[in-house]
Design a protein around this ligand. Structure first.
Ligand SMILES: [Zn+2]
Length: 92
């Protein structure tokens, strides 16, 4: 389920983002809506982002990355690759 949210801007590509879909390493759609502190990947530019307390988006800090377990880091990498593959297919 795609969850609508107040429109925010990607700090990398300036895309306007107004929806999110919960994913994990076994389910493409968990049905969960994004919450403050969640990690996300911009569907337009595939950059890694985090939700602030006010649900705007920011680039994760080095501290955020160091607090992330290796399994989550690997999942984020696979998600970015999947978005890149989808975009390549769409552009052909
Ligand atoms: Zn972006």
């Amino acid at each position: 389920m795609t969850n609508r949210m107040t429109e925010v801007q990607c700090p990398h590509c300036d895309s306007k983002l107004d929806a999110n879909t919960g994913v994990n390493d076994t389910t493409f759609d968990t049905g969960d809506a994004a919450r403050p502190g969640d990690w996300t990947v911009c569907f337009s530019c595939a950059n890694v982002l985090m939700f602030n307390d006010d649900m705007t988006l920011r680039t994760p800090s080095l501290e955020d990355w160091s607090d992330t377990d290796p399994g989550q880091t690997a999942f984020i990498r696979r998600l970015r690759q999947a978005i890149g593959t989808l975009k390549e297919r769409h552009e052909q």
